[in-house]
Write a protein that binds this ligand. Structure first.
Ligand SMILES: Nc1ncnc2c1ncn2[C@@H]1O[C@H](COP(=O)(O)OP(=O)(O)OP(=O)(O)O)[C@@H](O)[C@H]1O
Ligand SMILES: [Mg+2]
Length: 630
């Protein structure tokens, strides 16, 4: 809302150091599995509990099916191959094949169900977060960098998806498989089972160490990725500055550092993986060796059938897969805890600026949508603005407005002048209630803005912002931001402020692309579009925060003409940097150091010989130097 420069976010030398140390500490300290967070997450799954239930059923069948393969092998060897029962062998092979197909189907179904569930939950979460972000007050967005907020919606939600698809359900399945195998092994031959399971403690120790190490390395990698992303974002947005100030080499070096950091962090996690998997393989074959040594001995002594021996070997192989996965799944679970906490923190931030429970809309009809006619003069003249001893500070202790009081009567045009940083834009921010004041009251049509229904308040006030923002898209979209505006009304508004010339330059196409932030238009053209936007809305009250940028004389005249149209028949508060604008207003207020110090018409203020007259002299000098024709 306020001047772009005061809130510029281009910090080419900024690093993510603070963030990094913070997150590193966070990484080293494993997040607790907070039951409340988990319960809240499960709340998002609740609507899809049917999907989850089916997926669990399939998983149970799948685990049982997989457990059956080694048993079938055992039966084939012991009951058919050794006695030489060929028909039995055919039967078992057919069952084996049938089971294979069934497991294939189950696996497919299970994957589809969990992925569907995950995507649905992500979709819901993103919708919730986006909706919440839209309601959050400006102050929140000022405190939180865009990149971080975007990560909540993308990266963090993605991590949760992983939790839902490959995490929760699969952990359950893995545990089930492990318990199932252990039980079957013990039932088959408990002594051999104990010998085989002797490697399990080693395996768990290895996974434990790996899990901790890889989590830190992996967390660092993610951190580097986000650092690269924010760096990239600022560099693309600020490419003009980079090129103008020949900072390419310096930024390349900064990028190189980030890039190398990412590579090293990633290589570190690769190192752990390349140690861990051979260790698991080693232990796996160690278990096989143990089975061959101990079980083989038993087979020779006829204490164990050959089939059982083979089945043992097969089971031990199946036993290692889930353990290998479990350590990764646990990491997923932990990252998900962190992401979930961040997301919930965002969702729990209450919007500071909301409509009151019993919101009021004062009498008087707001302009009718689509009325088309009476663009310049609303039928019912309303729109009274009053500031009563308003005190306000953005940051506690730094008061920007120190007791502002003034009234703008319906239909009156009042100009607000003052030096840069005096608080002019702040006054418009308060009137549209983007911030709440510290003390005093702001009344619109006799009602405190805090009692207004927020949407109704903002409908009643048309604003032309100091930095004009255009959406990528056409002029139609940008002028008719309020949905449902008919084309004639948009065209009439464009004509009224002389912005039809801009559309002509775009080939007469109302939908021709104006570019991101309207960057295919000149500053003056953008301002004309913004005027048309305010006019099309036909508000009883108009706030105009004029851009400081200088435009050519012709555009200035055009803007002045446009202003005349805009101001007619409505209450207006004009923040003017060009005195040519002020000629049309009824009254001028002079803001100085947070206080209104002068008030009156142009002539009165000149006669008074105060701050305003000094402004005027300076401006007059500038004008006679720059453009004697004016
Ligand atoms: N979001 C913000 N957070 C903290 N301080 C702010 C914020 N916006 C503005 N300020 C401070 O409030 C003061 C008034 O800013 P404001 O934008 O109202 O000035 P202005 O009169 O509109 O100036 P200009 O003529 O340059 O547009 C400035 O000192 C500025 O630094
Ligand atoms: Mg300003």
């Amino acid at each position: 809302m306020s001047g772009g420069e005061t809130r510029g976010s281009s910090r080419p030398d900024a690093t993510d150091d603070d963030d990094e140390t913070g997150v590193q500490a966070e990484l080293l300290q494993a997040p607790k599995l907070d039951r409340r967070v988990l319960a809240r997450l499960l709340g998002f799954v609740r609507p899809y509990r049917a999907l989850v239930a089916w997926s669990v059923v399939l998983l149970l069948l799948l685990s049982a099916g997989e457990l059956a393969f080694p048993i079938l092998t055992k039966r084939a060897i012991d009951d058919c191959i050794r006695p030489g029962d060929l028909r039995g062998l055919y039967l078992i092979t057919t069952v084996y094949l049938g089971l294979l197909i069934a497991v294939f189907g189950l696996r497919y179904g299970q994957a589809v169900l969990t992925q569907r569930m995950g995507q649905q939950v992500m979709h819901d979460l993103r919708r919730r977060i986006f909706g919440h972000l839209q309601r959050l007050h400006l102050g929140y967005h000022e405190r939180n960098p865009v990149g971080r907020t975007m990560t909540r919606l993308t990266g963090d939600v993605e991590v949760l998806n992983e939790l839902f698809t490959s995490g929760l359900v699969s952990i359950f399945g893995d545990l089930l498989t492990l318990i199932g195998i252990a039980a079957v092994l013990l039932a088959l031959n408990w002594k051999l089972a104990l010998v085989t399971l002797a490697v399990v403690p080693l395996l768990f120790t290895a996974s434990w160490i790996f899990r901790a190490k890889v989590r830190v390395a992996y967390g660092l990698t993610r951190l580097k990725v986000s650092a690269i992303n924010s760096f990239l974002q600022e560099n693309i947005v600020g490419i003009t500055l980079v090129q103008l100030f020949n900072r390419e080499a310096r930024h390349r070096a900064q990028f190189e550092a980030l890039n190398a950091g990412h590579r090293d962090a990633f290589l570190k996690s690769v190192f752990y993986y390349s140690v861990f998997f051979p260790v698991v393989d080693f232990l796996e074959y160690l278990a096989v060796a143990l089975i061959l040594w101990y079980g083989g001995g038993q087979t020779i002594q006829n204490a164990l059938s050959l089939g059982a021996l083979v089945a043992f070997i097969q089971y031990s192989e199946r036993f290692f897969r889930p353990i290998r996965d479990l350590s990764e799944r646990y990491n997923v679970l932990q990252s998900a805890m962190v992401s979930a906490e961040r997301i919930f923190e965002l969702l729990d931030t209450e919007p500071a600026i909301t409509s009151p429970a019993v919101a009021a809309v004062p009498a008087g009809t707001a302009p009718q949508l689509g009325s088309g006619a009476a663009l310049a003069a609303p039928g019912t003249l309303l729109g009274q603005v009053e500031f009563r001893d308003v005190h306000f500070s953005y940051v506690q202790g730094e008061e920007i407005l120190k007791g502002i009081r003034f009234t703008v009567r319906p239909g009156e045009s009042v100009a607000l002048v003052g030096h840069t940083g005096a608080g002019k834009t702040t006054i418009t921010n308060l009137l549209t209630r983007f911030y709440d004041i510290d003390s005093g009251a702001i009344l619109v049509d006799g009602l405190d803005v805090r009692e207004w229904d927020l949407a109704a308040l903002r409908r009643r006030i048309g604003v032309v912002l100091q930095d004009v923002f255009l959406w990528s898209g056409g002029v139609r979209l940008n002028v008719g931001l309020r949905s449902g505006l008919p084309t004639e009304r948009i065209e009439a508004a464009l004509r009224a402020v002389g912005a039809d010339a801009v559309v002509e330059r775009l080939g007469g196409d109302l939908d021709a692309e104006v570019g991101e932030r309207g960057n295919r238009l000149s500053v003056g053209q953008r301002q004309l579009i913004a005027f048309a936007r305010a006019l099309a809305q036909d508000p009883p009250i108009l706030l105009l925060d004029e851009a400081t940028s200088s435009v050519d004389t012709e555009t200035e005249i055009r803007i002045r003409e446009a202003l005349k149209v805009l101001l007619t028949g409505r209450t207006s508060l004009v923040i003017a940097h060009r005195l040519s604008t002020i000629r049309y207003v009824d009254r001028i207020l002079v803001l100085h150091r947070g206080r209104l110090v002068e008030e009156g018409t142009h002539d009165e203020l000149l006669a008074h010989g105060g701050i305003y007259s000094k402004y005027y002299q300076l401006e007059y000098q500038r004008q006679s130097e720059d453009a004697p024709a004016l």
